[in-house]
Design a binder for this molecule. Structure first.
Ligand code: PAP
Length: 326
């Protein structure tokens, strides 16, 4: 990839953001008070500011890794796994000083859209100084062209993680109401979600964009599922390591390293770590709110049968003919 000359760094200014916001469709949001539709997807104002910044200023490196998810699909979990996997030599998972024991996965693997441009290059979360891991919820078409390439040929590797839509919605609903002083009702949140008005939604369109890319471009996009990570973590972790070009050696496998990574990143281990129990993330969310139940099928405790079948029906319609089912 040809390095582009770096433009002078500056934040998108308030007036520019105000002008943009006033030109975009606006709706009530499930988590933010309002969501704005930009390039076909719904985002909060703070996220939009970050998106415009990274579209203008982000300079990828060839071996950057991007974890892409819809909110509440298991982002925090896969951030931890990616960090532990990529940095396993410098930070063996059994190290009592492992960074995952003193920092949250969000500190170790930041969201691209929540970084200030001055942080893009200073950030180095890998033992190899030329390799970085970022996470994002941005849709494929809105990712900076420096990442997707002008002709749509991806310049970096993308790991995409999705989750059952019903569980994802239920997780989002609880997460939003954890912080809100005036909680949104389940019905209102559900109706917005079905209309596609949720952070980085319509979720179906966001998933489909990456699914299609993963089918076309298997060396650049790995499509993963939360439920498969739960079911067969060993196999999925090996798949991830192979995709990233850092397969486990025979010695690593026989020494139990794969299981050690799975263990340090498990819901049970992560919820025991102090930093994940206290403190806040950007926008005032408690670090603990990223760890609720961590199970498959929790939607059964929250959704009516009608709600569940409506989400299944939309999912079926949206994915028809794509070869994807969730
Ligand atoms: P984000 O996209 O806003 O960063 P994200 O991490 O995707 O959030 O969502 C949190 C969900 O992942 C929670 O699901 P739940 O509400 O259904 O419980 C959270 O419990 C789950 N989660 C967090 N860490 C883990 C983990 N180590 N293993 C499994 N699930 C996890």
């Amino acid at each position: 990839m040809e390095p582009r000359p770096a433009p002078p760094l500056q934040d998108v200014d308030n007036q520019e953001l105000e002008n943009l916001l006033s030109s975009l469709p606006k709706e009530r949001g499930i988590i933010p008070s309002y969501s704005y539709q930009y390039q076909g997807f719904w985002y909060s104002p703070i996220t939009l500011q970050g998106i415009i910044n990274c579209q203008k200023y982000f300079q990828p490196r060839e071996n950057d890794i991007f974890l892409v998810t819809s909110p509440k699909s298991g982002t925090t979990w896969l951030k931890a796994i990616l960090f532990a996997l990529v940095n396993r030599e410098a930070h063996p998972p059994q190290d009592p000083h492992h960074p995952l024991l003193s920092k949250t996965p969000h500190q170790l693997v930041p969201f691209l859209e929540f970084l200030h441009p001055s942080e893009y290059d200073s950030l180095c979360n890998s033992s190899d100084s030329s390799s970085r891991i970022f996470a994002t919820h941005i849709s494929l078409g809105t990712l900076p062209k420096a990442i997707t390439g002008d002709s749509g040929s991806l310049n970096c590797k993308i790991v995409y993680l999705c989750r059952d839509i019903k569980d994802t919605f239920v997780s989002l609903f609880h997460f939003g109401n954890n912080k809100k002083t005036s909680p949104i009702s389940l019905e209102d949140a559900f109706n917005l979600y079905c209309k596609g008005i949720s952070s980085a939604g319509p979720i179906w369109d966001q998933i489909l964009g990456y699914w299609k890319e993963s089918q076309k471009n298997q060396h650049k996009v790995l499509f993963m599922r939360y439920e498969e990570m739960k079911d067969e973590p060993y196999l999925q972790l090996r798949r991830l390591a192979n995709f990233l070009g850092i397969p486990f050696s025979q010695e690593e496998e026989s020494s139990g390293l794969v299981d050690q990574i799975i263990s340090i990143c498990s819901f049970e281990s992560m919820t025991k770590v102090d930093v994940n129990k206290t403190g806040t993330f950007v926008d005032g969310f408690n670090n603990s709110s990223f760890f609720r139940k961590g199970v498959v099928g929790d939607w059964k405790n929250c959704l009516t049968a009608d709600m569940a079948s409506r989400l299944d029906q939309i999912t079926e319609e949206k994915f028809r003919g794509s070869g994807l089912s969730l």
